[in-house]
Design a protein around this ligand. Sequence first.
Ligand code: ADP
Ligand code: MG
Length: 285
Amino acid sequence: MIGLDGIFKGENGGAAHEPGQPRILALANQKGGVGKTTTAINLGTALAAIGERVLIVDLDPQGNASTGLGIDRRNRNCSTYDVLIGEAKLREAIIPTAVPRMHIASSTMDLSGLELELGSARDRAFRLRNAIADLNTDATDENDYTYVLVDCPPSLNLITVNAMAASHAILVPLQCEFFALEGLSQLLQTVEQVRSTLNPTLTIHGIVLTMFDARNNLSNQVVADVRQFMGAKVYDTMIPRNVRISEAPSYGKPVLVYDLKCVGSEAYLKLATEVIQRERDLRAH
Ligand code: ADP
Ligand code: MG
């Protein structure tokens, strides 16, 4: 794999964040299985449920967000890979989901070859930013987006750097387990590196604790540690470990559609209101 050296010196090929453009949030954590994709799908659904117009961008070659939203592989002729290598516009890769006001740009395994494909192209870290920049320009009121949620792969590679370079802020899902904090400092370092080179206004939107189990002492201890270490960056809302959340993707549905009344759905709705509240606070400052 090509190293990250040099990526941070890339040239910005396009404008950063124009007014009227969507808010762009990336779900990032280089650990796998911490709830990035689950949060992208269900936070996206909750935001759409309260009236936002949401685009999920699947940047994981595994394509779990696409599968979890019931997008058949045969319908992924045009994917985020085609967009990032410059062979398609982002709008061409967008497919509606069963959730009103929520669309997805799906991914395929091709994406795992992106790093090799882009080689040392000078704008290689800005492919996603440039693709999103012209997303709303030709949009009518009904088909523009207010939120773009980028689902990152479990790695701090060129794909994740593209997501960070394109985003206003990062949402970090942390699983309530013993090694939760391990790797967090490396993630924060990468965010810092992107901020000082590619994207000066990048912030950490917040840390969301996932798979919380109140009956488990370890889970409670992890919550205490993370809150002590990261303070107000941690959302009040915690996502409980909930079997309905893990069942939903096999039906190609967000948990909010699969079982609106379960505790997992409630938690994601609460998280969405907290995310929107933080957005308001950010704008007020
Ligand atoms: P990542 O995208 O970070 O790799 P996922 O969102 O795919 O992680 O989650 C990993 C696994 O854990 C999936 O099988 C998912 O269904 C399950 N999962 C995620 N969040 C929860 C939760 N709150 N309760 C139960 N299972 C969960
Ligand atoms: Mg994932």
